[in-house]
Ligand binder design. Structure first.
Ligand code: NAI
Length: 476
């Protein structure tokens, strides 16, 4: 067993771990990063779920399939006729893989240029300053460090009623790699992943049925936005069965028979494939040797304080493996905060200003509190909304569905929440994040000059509407 000494060892090179390693190296520390990600073809890559099997490949497919769908349904309106529109799924998948490869290769290059030593294998915390790395050939390497950052991420939750066979019943990773378009696709869980992947395959021709346990649609989003989104997805053809619980999934020769329970009793549905996306759980299997006393909470998350310190001095944990929303950008910011704290710099996270985005069409994005949450606090508030149907740029783009909603405090105009459903909502939300991070008010957004004609004018108008001053809408 060879011994390697570093200032910092990071276990996990996903979106929480790799930025932590890079920032620690930028801070002049000697850094190693350990990762065991292996693709289904046996290739190894940095980037974790986000780059290899999540955010990046899904966004590539969302873009391709949206273009296909628009060519099929909207081009005519622009005076463009397309003869013989043909889907080449193989080529679409290759494009996706190329993007993934370029980005994961980019992390390797960044590690090299920043002097981060990388190790392939499963990392295990042996003590507060030692990590053992076992590679698939059985070789074991020991790394010691003053600081160890655990960033091992999360894995999909498996349902006992529908265990993954990875051919007919797949997780979100499997659903990105279908080689043909399923004629009928069942999706268990109408959350973020279900809606994004349901959109991908529905646009390519799948008949999609979603089985969702909750009675309300997207309960974490603002109610008004969730209602609009529900209507829009139903119009697009997603069959969303709410208050429905999967009870059984039986794999047959060429598909799966799903049974679910709702107020109508038991329903059976035959589908070609099933995607189970009912949430993710923290991944700590084999990570902590029994002598290591790092505490986990009741749900298996590594317990940390607001600075991502575990209960063991010198051991930190960031990303999906700790409390908070399972979002790549939250993990990224935590990783960078920890790398700065280790280097003796001041750093902190504002957990109140983390945006959420669902990359459907239209996109949905929000920051801060929903109207119902604000109402629940008892604090008097104002709301302003503005529809994209009255926005010139949205009209030009032919993407007029949706609205912006701004929630501000009645007393001092504090910006409490911004909720968007519409074109590029995931980009537009950045203005609201900045405003909230700077403790901005509704009036601050009202007074900022927004370029014309842009989608961002809808955010401006919604802020104006909260005070009955929208210019391009009738104020109520
Ligand atoms: P999720 O928590 O967003 O949705 C899971 C859904 O499954 C929930 O609505 C839940 O009610 C439902 N469900 C649970 N058990 C069920 C059952 N037995 N039958 C029917 N429905 C059931 O989880 P999801 O979509 O799997 O995503 C996992 C994590 O990854 C989330 O934390 C999400 O934020 C993150 N993610 C974020 C993305 C983004 O930011 N755009 C993209 C993909 C994932």
């Amino acid at each position: 067993m060879s011994e390697n000494k570093f200032d910092v060892v990071v276990i996990g090179a996903g979106p929480a771990g790799y930025p932590a390693a890079i920032r620690a190296a930028q801070n002049g520390l000697s850094v190693a990063c350990v990762d065991s990600w292996e693709n289904r073809d046996g290739t190894r890559a940095f980037g974790g779920t986000c780059l290899n099997a999540g955010c990046i490949p899904s966004k590539a497919l969302l873009e391709s399939t949206e273009l296909f769908h628009r060519a099929e349904t909207e081009f005519k309106e622009h005076g463009i006729s397309v003869k013989d529109l043909i889907l080449d799924l193989g080529k679409m998948q290759n494009r996706k893989q190329k993007i993934v490869k370029e980005l994961t290769g980019g992390i390797e290059a960044l590690f090299r240029s920043n002097g981060v030593a990388s190790f392939f294998g499963r990392g295990r915390l042996i003590s507060d300053n030692r990590v053992e790395v076992k590679n698939p050939d059985g070789q074991v390497l020991s790394l010691t460090a003053n600081h160890i950052i655990l960033a091992t991420g999360s894995i999909p939750i498996e349902l006992s009623s529908a265990p993954f066979d990875h051919e007919f019943i797949v997780d979100s990773w499997g659903a990105l790699d279908f080689t043909s378009v399923p004629k009928k696709l069942g999706i268990v869980g109408a959350g973020v992943i279900g809606l994004e992947l349901g959109s991908v395959w529905q646009r390519l021709g799948s008949e999609v049925v979603m089985i969702e346990a909750f009675e309300s649609f997207l309960p974490m989003a603002d109610e008004q936005i969730a209602k609009e989104a529900h209507r829009s997805f139903k119009r697009q053809g997603l069959d969303i069965c709410l208050a429905s619980k999967l009870t059984d999934a039986v794999i047959k020769d060429d598909g799966v028979a799903l049974t679910f329970e709702s107020t109508n009793g038991l329903t059976t549905l035959e589908v070609d494939k099933v995607i189970v996306c009912v949430g993710r759980k923290p991944f700590t299997d084999g990570l902590l040797a029994s002598e290591v006393k790092v505490s986990l909470d009741a749900n298996g998350f590594i317990e940390v304080d607001e600075h991502c310190r575990t209960n063991v001095s010198g051991v930190w944990a960031v990303g999906d493996v700790v409390r908070g929303p399972m979002l790549a950008h939250k993990g990224m910011d935590e990783g960078i905060m920890v790398a700065d704290l280790i280097a003796g710099k001041t750093s902190e996270m504002n957990y109140e200003a983390i945006p959420s985005v669902i990359y459907t069409s239209p996109e949905i994005a929000w920051i801060g509190k929903t109207e119902a949450e604000v109402r629940g606090t008892g604090r008097p508030y104002k709301t302003g909304t503005f529809n994209f149907s009255a926005n010139g740029r949205a009209k030009g783009m032919g993407q007029t569905q949706g609205l912006v909603k701004v929630v501000t405090a009645e007393s001092d105009d504090e910006l409490l929440g911004v909720h968007i459903m519409g074109p590029m909502a995931g980009e537009l939300i950045a203005e609201a994040v900045l405003a909230m991070e700077f403790s901005g008010s509704g009036e601050d957004i009202q007074r900022i000059c927004h370029a014309h004609p842009t989608l961002s004018e809808a955010v401006h108008e919604a802020a104006l509407a909260a005070d009955g001053r929208a210019v391009h809408a009738i104020n109520r």
